[in-house]
Design a protein around this ligand. Structure first.
Ligand code: ADP
Ligand code: MG
Length: 749
C-alpha cells in the first residue's frame, strides 16, 4: 500500500489537497511536522494516512470528546479500526479499549490530553510501539490562542516518558506567528517541516450586511434555505436563547448551544444538529471546535465577533465538503460595544499577572479594530481576510458581497412601477392603524397580505380586514422587499426605538388617494440572499437530477439511521451530488466518484445503485406517459347533491385518499380532478400545513396549530413493507370542515 492507494481505496478521494502530500511524506520519512491549514482544509488525513502506512500505533491528542467521537465514527465507516479514550467512557470501557488496543486491534487511538499522564495510560503506552503522535488543534497549547488548554502542556512530559520518541505531527488552523512559535517550542518539535497552506476557501461566499432588522433578514434567509443546514453565531448566551426561541416560533428547526447549558442538553442539541434533526444551530462561540459536520452550508454571524481569527475560524465551518456555502456577518454598531465589553470583562485572563493582562487587553482591542475595519471595507472581503493572514491574492474575487455588487454594471438596473403593490400594502397598514390605533410588524404585515392562517393573526382578527390576503399571489420574500422599499422611500415609517412596527407616513396619502406613482429601481433579478450560484464549485444537479438527489438523500438518511451515525458520515452532500449527476450503474462506476471509497462502495453500493436503477426506470416509464397526459385535468367541481353523497370516514384518511373519494363522486362522463397533492399544496399555502425539511424524517409536511384546530393530525401507520411511517391524516372533523369549504367554493377555485 502507498499513500495514493490509501487515499483512493480507503477514503475514496482521487487527489490530495494542497499541503497534504508534503506533510504525509515528511511524517513517513520520520520528520516532525507542523501543518497550518484552514478549517476544512483536510488536516485529519495528514495523520490518518501515515497511521495506516506506519508499522506501530498512532496516538492522536484531541481536545474535545465530540471531535474524537466524530472522527472515530468516520474512520470506522471507512473500515479503519480506531478507538477513543476520554471521560465519556466508564472505567470498565476504558480498560476494554486499552486491552483491545494492546492486542493490536486499532491503528489509531484518540486520547484526551488529561489522560496522557494517568498511570493506566502510561502503562499501556510503555507496552506499545508508538510510531506517530499527532496533536490536533495544536494551538490549544498556546496562551495566545483562543482555546488555551493547560493539559496540552502535558504532551511533552508524556513524550519524554516514552522509551522511543515517536514522530510528532502538530496541526492547527490558527496562523498567527505567536501561536506558531508556541506550538513548536512547547511541543518540542524537532526541526519540523513547517507548512502553511493557502488560507483561501474558494467555495465560501463572504458578505457583511447592515440590516436594521437582523431577525427579519435572518428569517428570510432561512426561509430561502429551508433544505440547508447552518450555524448562527451570537455574541451572548442571552441572544442565543432569544433568537433560538424566535426562530422556533417562526417554524424553523432550530436548536441552541452555549456554555451555560448543562452537559446533557449541549450534547443532545449538538447531536440533533449533527444528525440533521435540527437544521439551524444558534450558538455562542462555545460551539464549534468540536464539530466536523461537513454539510454546513451557511454560517451567519448575528453579531460581530471579537477578532478576525475567530471570525475566519467560525465562518470556515461552512462548506467543509467543498460545496458552495455562505458566510454572512450581520453588523450593527451595537456589536462593537458588546465586543468591547466582552474583551474588558473576559474571565480568561484572570490568572495572569497584571502586566500580561494589560498586554493582552491592548492586543485584543487592536484586533477588534481590525474586525471593525473588515465590516466597513468596501473592497473585496476575501482580499481583506487573506491580507490579514499575510497571504497573496488577486485584488478582487467574484465571490463576495462587495465584488459581486460592484460587478453589476450601473446600466443594468431596471425601474419597476410598483404603485399597485404599494397601494395594497399601504392600505393594509392603514386599515390596521384604524382598527388598533397602532401599526404592525413587518412579519405580521406579510402574513396578513399573504392571507396566512397564523394563530396570532387570527386572534387579532386581521383575517376580517378587507385587505386580508390581497397579495396572496406574491411570493413572501418579494413582499418583504416591497415593504422595505416603501420604508426606504418614506411611505412607511418605523417609529424610533421600535424597529418592529410599521406605520404609514403622510406621504402615503399621495399614493393612496392621489395616485402618486411609486417606482422601484433595482438590479434586474433583485437578490435578497447572497448569490452563491455564481460561486458554484461542485455544481448543483440539473433539474432532472434534483429528484434523484432527493431520493439518494432519503436513502442516506435511512442508512444513517440504521448505522446510528450522522448522515454526512455516510456520504457528503458533495459526493451525493456527484453520484446524482454521474448516475453510475455499476460498482466500478460508483467507485470512480470522488468521496466513494472501497469500504463505502461495499457497504452501501448496492443500495445506492438500486435507487439509481429504479430512478432510471421511472424516468423511462414517465416519458410516454407525460406525452399522453398533456391535457391537465380541470379542477374538480361538485354539485351540492354530489357532495352530500360523501360519507366521512371515522378512522381518518390520507389527503390522497380523500381527494380520490371526492373525485369518485363526479359523474363518469365529467372532467375534473382533485389530487392529494393539490389539496396539500392548498393547505400549505393557507397555513394549515407547514413544510418540515428534516432529512432524518421523510415526512415533509405536517399540520400547524391552525391545521390541528380543524382536525388535521399525524398518525402512525404501517406500510406495505411492514415499516412504520407517519402520515398526515384528515380526521372525521377535518373531512367535514373540508366539505363545508368545498360547498362554499373555497377550495381549488
Ligand atoms: P480540518 O481538520 O482541516 O478542518 P478535515 O480533516 O476535517 O479538515 O477535512 C475536511 C473535509 O475534507 C473532510 O470531510 C474530509 O473528508 C475532506 N477531505 C480531506 N482531504 C480530502 C481530499 N484530498 N479530497 C477530498 N476531500 C478531502
Ligand atoms: Mg480537524
Amino acid at each position: 500500500m502507498d499513500k495514493q492507494s490509501v487515499l483512493q481505496e480507503r477514503f475514496g478521494f482521487r487527489s490530495f489537497r494542497d499541503g497534504q502530500e508534503a506533510l504525509i511524506d515528511a511524517i513517513l520519512s520520520g520528520r516532525d511536522v507542523f501543518g497550518v491549514m484552514p478549517t476544512g482544509g483536510g488536516k485529519s488525513l495528514c495523520y490518518q494516512i501515515p497511521a495506516l502506512l506506519l508499522e506501530g500505533l498512532t496516538l492522536v491528542v484531541s481536545p474535545l470528546i465530540s471531535l474524537m467521537k466524530d472522527q472515530v465514527a468516520a474512520l470506522k465507516e471507512a473500515g479503519i479500526p480506531a478507538a477513543f479514550l476520554n471521560s465519556s467512557l466508564t472505567p470498565a470501557q476504558q480498560r476494554e479499549v486499552l486491552r483491545r488496543a494492546g492486542l493490536g486491534a486499532n491503528r489509531l487511538i484518540y486520547v484526551a490530553p488529561e489522560r496522557l499522564l494517568t498511570d493506566s495510560f502510561l502503562a499501556f503506552a510503555a507496552g506499545q510501539r508508538i510510531s506517530l503522535l499527532a496533536v490536533d488543534e495544536a494551538h490549544c497549547v498556546s496562551q495566545w490562542g483562543q482555546d488555551f488548554r493547560p493539559n496540552y502542556l502535558d504532551i511533552t512530559a508524556f513524550v519524554r516518558r516514552l522509551s522511543r520518541r515517536p514522530v510528532l505531527a502538530a496541526f492547527t488552523a490558527t496562523a498567527t506567528a505567536e501561536v506558531g512559535e508556541d506550538v513548536v517550542r512547547l511541543l518540542e518539535l524537532r526541526e519540523p517541516l513547517r507548512l502553511v497552506t493557502g488560507f483561501d476557501r474558494p467555495n465560501l461566499f463572504f458578505d457583511v450586511r447592515r440590516e436594521r432588522n437582523k431577525t427579519a433578514w435572518l428569517r428570510d434567509y432561512l426561509e430561502a434555505h429551508r433544505d440547508k443546514s447552518g450555524i448562527v453565531y451570537c455574541a451572548t448566551r442571552k441572544t442565543v436563547e432569544q433568537l433560538c426561541e424566535k426562530l422556533r416560533a417562526a417554524g424553523f428547526a432550530a436548536t441552541r448551544y452555549h456554555a451555560g447549558l448543562d452537559d446533557a442538553e449541549r450534547r443532545e442539541n449538538q447531536e440533533d444538529f449533527a444528525f440533521d434533526r435540527a437544521t439551524v444551530m444558534v450558538a455562542t462561540n462555545a460551539f464549534g471546535m468540536g464539530i466536523d459536520k461537513s454539510n454546513v452550508s451557511f454560517v451567519i454571524h448575528y453579531n460581530m465577533p471579537k477578532n478576525i481569527e475567530s471570525y475566519y475560524q467560525e465562518a470556515g465551518r461552512a462548506g467543509r465538503d467543498g460545496a458552495p456555502a455562505d458566510c454572512v456577518l450581520l453588523f450593527s454598531p451595537g456589536d462593537v460595544i458588546t465586543a468591547e465589553y466582552l474583551i474588558q470583562n473576559g474571565s480568561d485572563r484572570e490568572q495572569l499577572d497584571e502586566e500580561t493582562q494589560t498586554r493582552l487587553l491592548i492586543r485584543d482591542m487592536k484586533r477588534l479594530r481590525q474586525m471593525q475595519a473588515y465590516c466597513k471595507t468596501d473592497g473585496c472581503y476575501r482580499a481583506f481576510l487573506l491580507d490579514y493572514f499575510g497571504e497573496a491574492h488577486r485584488p478582487t474575487c467574484d465571490r463576495c458581497g462587495n465584488c459581486v455588487q460592484r460587478e453589476e454594471p450601473a446600466g443594468e438596473t431596471v425601474e419597476e412601477d410598483i404603485t399597485l403593490a404599494a397601494q395594497k400594502i399601504l392600505s393594509c397598514v392603514r386599515r390596521v392603524e384604524r382598527k388598533n390605533g397602532v401599526g404592525l410588524g413587518e412579519t405580521m404585515l406579510v402574513l396578513v397580505l399573504a392571507g396566512s392562517r397564523d394563530k396570532t393573526l387570527l386572534s387579532r382578527e386581521y383575517d376580517l380586514l378587507p385587505t386580508y390576503g390581497i397579495m396572496k399571489e406574491t411570493k413572501r420574500p418579494l413582499l418583504h422587499e416591497y415593504i422595505r422599499e416603501l420604508v426606504k422611500q418614506g411611505y412607511l415609517l418605523r417609529p424610533p426605538g421600535d424597529y418592529d412596527v410599521l406605520i404609514t407616513s403622510e406621504k402615503a396619502e399621495n399614493v393612496l388617494f392621489q395616485n402618486e406613482q411609486v417606482l422601484w429601481r433595482h438590479a434586474g433579478q433583485k437578490k435578497h440572499t447572497p448569490q452563491r450560484q455564481k460561486t458554484a464549485v461542485s455544481g448543483k444537479p440539473g433539474a432532472a437530477d434534483q429528484d434523484l438527489f432527493d431520493q439518494l438523500r432519503t436513502l442516506r438518511a435511512e442508512l444513517a439511521r440504521q448505522a446510528g451515525v450522522p448522515a454526512y458520515l455516510i456520504f457528503h452532500d458533495a459526493t451525493l451530488l456527484n453520484i446524482a449527476s454521474a448516475k453510475p450503474s455499476t460498482e466500478a462506476e460508483l467507485l470512480a466518484i470522488s468521496g466513494v471509497g472501497e469500504q463505502k462502495a461495499k457497504k452501501y453500493g448496492q443500495a445506492v445503485l438500486a435507487v439509481i436503477a429504479e430512478w432510471k426506470q421511472e424516468q423511462q416509464a414517465k416519458m410516454p406517459a407525460k406525452a399522453k397526459k398533456k391535457e391537465p385535468q380541470p379542477p374538480l367541481r361538485l354539485t351540492p347533491e354530489q357532495l352530500a353523497r360523501y360519507v366521512c370516514d371515522p378512522d381518518g384518511i390520507s389527503m390522497t385518499e380523500f381527494a380520490r373519494r371526492l373525485t369518485a363522486l363526479k359523474d363518469a362522463n365529467e372532467a375534473g380532478e382533485l389530487t392529494g397533492r393539490q389539496l396539500s399544496d392548498q393547505l400549505l399555502a393557507e397555513g394549515y400545513l407547514k413544510e418540515q425539511s428534516s432529512e432524518a424524517d421523510n415526512l415533509r409536511r405536517r399540520p400547524t396549530p391552525a391545521g390541528e384546530s380543524v382536525g388535521i393530525t399525524l398518525t402512525e401507520r404501517t406500510g406495505k413493507d411492514g415499516r412504520p411511517f407517519t402520515m398526515v391524516t384528515l380526521t372525521e372533523q377535518a373531512q367535514r370542515w373540508l366539505l363545508i369549504r368545498l360547498s362554499e367554493g373555497l377550495i381549488m377555485e
